[in-house]
Write a protein that binds this ligand. Structure first.
Ligand code: BG6
Length: 484
C-alpha cells in the first residue's frame, strides 16, 4: 500500500505548556513522527513556551528525552532526533504579564501558518488569548488549539467560549477531542457512509440496541487532583463517548466538511433524552489484585467521585426512537478495550423452529487495541443432525487486512495537529457542540450532587459494579464481554 503524505505549508507551532505532561507524552512525539514522515517543511518551527526560565538548548534536551521515552522506535535514531530538535526553540512567557511576548514574536516567521497550542489548564486560556492579541501575534488565519477539559459545566464552557470569541473567530478555534483523531473512529464514518451495506439497516427498525464501551485498566494515580473534580462523567462521557455516539447516530452529512459534519453531530446531542436516575450506574474502584483503591489514589477517604459510569440513553428522533444506546466507561477495569457494538434485531420469523435457538447479527467495531471490525453472521453448523445454527465472525483485523500501512497509521495527535496546520476543522468540536454536550451532562451530575449519591464499589480489575449488569438484565440484554 502506498503511503500518501499530504504536503503542508511551513508552519510555526507554539506549545504553551511546552514542558508539561501532555506536551512530552503526546504533542512533541506526534510532531516528531510527522517530521520523520516528511511533514515538517523547511522553515517550520516548534516553540515550547512555559513559565520557567529555560534556555532553548536545555529545552531541546528535555524534548529529546521525551522523544526517547514516548516516540517509539523512530526516536532510537539519534541523528533524526537531533535534526528535529534543530526546529525547536523555547521562550519563557508570563501569560498574565508582559514577560516573553516580544521574544516569542521575534521567533515567528511572517507568512508561515501560525498555530498556538494551549496545553494548559482552562484557567489560563483567556489570558493567553488576550496576550496573543495584545502583543500583535495574531494574523488573520492564526489558529489556537484548546485541550479538554473545556469547562466543567455548561456555564463555564459558555464563559470560555465567549472569552475566546473576544479574540478569535470560531474558524480559528480548534477544540481537541483526541478520540476524533483515532483512525478507527474516523473509520466509523467510512464504514457507515462508504458502504451501501449498512446504512439502509442503520435505524430503529433493524437495530435492537447499540453499546459503546471505553474500558481502561489504568487508575487515576498521578492525576488525582484533576480527576476528583471531574469523575468519569466529565472526563470521558461528556466528550469522548458523546463524540462516538454522535458519529454512530448522526444523519449522513452532505459532505465530509467541517460544518456539515458538526451540524449533524449537534442534532444528535440535542435529540438525547434526559437520562433517568435508574438508567445510570456510577461506580468507584476498590483495592484488589495489588492495586490501591480509588480513594487512596486520590487521597480522599470520603470521595464520592465516580471512576465508572454505565448509562442508557435514547436519541429521540425518527431514526432512533425505540433503540437504546448503552454507554459504559471506567478505570481499573479488567481490560483495556474500546469498542462499539451494533446489535441487530432478530429475524421477524424463524423458519428453523425454536430448536435453532436465537441468533442475531452483531457488528463490532474495535477501536483499541487491535483495531478492526467483526460482523457476526448466522450459518448452519456443519455436519449432520438437522438444521443447527451457529454465529461466526466475518473478521477484519486492520493490521492483518492492511499490513504495515495499518500499523504505521498516525496516532490521534499526529492527525489532529496536521489538520490544524491544514486548517481543517472537521474533527474538532464547535462551540455549540461542546455547550450542548454540557447541557445534557449537567442535570445528571446535579442530580447526583442533590441526592448525595455515593458510587457503587467495584473491585479493581473487575468488569465494574454489578448494578451495571443488572441495568442491562432488566432490559433482557447483556453487555458484550470485555476483550481480555
Ligand atoms: C483522556 C482522559 O481524555 O483520555 C483520561 O482524561 C483517559 O482519563 C484518556 O485515560 C483515554 O485516552 P486513550 O486514548 O488512552 O483511550
Amino acid at each position: 500500500m502506498v503511503s500518501r503524505i499530504i504536503p503542508v505549508e511551513p508552519f510555526d507551532l507554539v506549545v504553551f505548556g511546552g514542558t508539561g505532561d501532555l506536551a512530552r507524552r503526546k504533542i512533541l512525539p506526534a510532531l516528531f513522527r510527522r517530521f520523520c514522515s516528511g511533514q515538517m517543511p523547511d522553515g517550520s518551527k516548534v516553540v515550547g513556551a512555559a513559565r520557567s526560565a529555560l534556555s532553548s538548548e536545555a529545552y531541546r534536551a528535555t524534548v529529546s528525552t521525551a522523544l526517547k521515552e514516548f516516540a517509539g522506535e523512530l526516536a532510537l535514531d539519534d541523528a533524526q532526533v537531533a535534526e528535529f530538535c534543530e526546529h525547536v526553540d523555547y521562550v519563557a512567557v508570563d501569560a498574565r504579564g508582559e514577560g516573553g511576548w516580544s521574544e516569542l514574536a521575534a521567533l515567528l516567521t511572517p507568512g508561515s501558518v501560525r498555530a498556538f497550542y494551549f496545553s494548559v489548564g482552562p484557567g489560563v486560556f483567556s489570558d493567553l488569548a488576550k496576550g496573543l492579541k495584545r502583543h500583535g501575534l495574531v494574523e488573520d488565519d492564526t489558529r489556537i488549539v484548546v485541550e479538554k477539559p473545556f469547562g466543567h459545566d455548561l456555564e463555564s464552557a459558555q464563559a470560555l467560549n465567549s472569552e475566546l470569541a473576544q479574540y478569535f473567530d470560531e474558524g480559528q478555534i480548534y477544540r481537541i477531542d483526541h478520540y476524533l483523531g483515532k483512525e478507527t473512529v474516523q473509520n466509523l464514518m467510512a464504514v457507515r457512509f462508504g458502504n451501501m451495506l449498512f446504512e439502509p439497516l442503520w435505524n430503529a427498525q433493524y437495530i435492537d440496541h447499540i453499546q459503546i464501551t471505553v474500558a481502561e485498566t489504568v487508575g487515576v494515580a498521578g492525576r488525582g487532583d484533576y480527576y476528583e473534580k471531574s469523575g468519569a462523567m466529565r472526563d470521558m462521557v461528556q466528550n469522548h463517548l458523546m463524540q462516538l455516539l454522535c458519529l454512530i447516530a448522526m444523519e449522513p452529512p452532505a459532505q465530509f466538511e467541517p460544518d456539515a459534519v458538526r451540524d449533524e453531530k449537534l442534532k444528535v446531542i440535542r435529540a438525547l433524552d434526559n437520562v433517568q436516575p435508574h438508567h445510570i450506574v456510577r461506580g468507584q474502584y476498590t483495592a484488589a489484585d495489588g492495586a490501591a483503591a480509588y480513594r487512596e489514589d486520590v487521597d480522599n477517604a470520603r470521595s464520592k467521585t465516580e471512576s465508572f459510569v454505565a448509562l442508557k440513553c435514547q436519541v429521540n428522533n425518527w431514526r432512533w426512537a425505540g433503540t437504546p444506546f448503552y454507554l459504559r466507561t471506567g478505570k481499573r477495569l479488567s481490560a483495556r478495550d474500546s469498542e462499539i457494538t451494533v446489535v441487530f434485531k432478530d429475524t421477524p420469523h424463524s423458519i428453523f423452529g425454536p430448536e435453532a435457538g436465537r441468533h442475531r447479527n452483531e457488528l463490532n467495531i474495535q477501536l483499541q487495541p487491535n483495531e478492526g471490525i467483526t460482523l457476526n453472521v448466522t450459518i448452519k453448523e456443519p455436519g449432520p443432525g438437522g438444521m443447527r445454527l451457529v454465529d461466526v465472525p466475518l473478521d477484519m483485523s486492520f493490521a492483518e487486512a492492511l499490513g504495515p500501512s495499518a500499523e504505521g497509521t498516525p496516532d490521534a495527535y499526529e492527525r489532529l495537529i496536521m489538520d490544524v496546520i491544514r486548517g481543517n476543522q472537521t474533527l474538532f468540536m464547535r462551540d455549540d457542540e461542546v455547550e450542548a454536550a454540557w447541557a445534557w451532562t449537567d442535570p445528571i451530575i446535579r442530580g447526583w450532587e442533590a441526592r448525595g449519591d455515593v458510587p457503587k464499589p467495584y473491585d479493581a480489575f473487575s468488569d465494574g459494579p454489578d448494578d451495571a449488569e443488572l441495568m442491562m438484565r432488566r432490559d433482557a440484554r447483556a453487555w458484550r464481554g470485555l476483550d481480555k
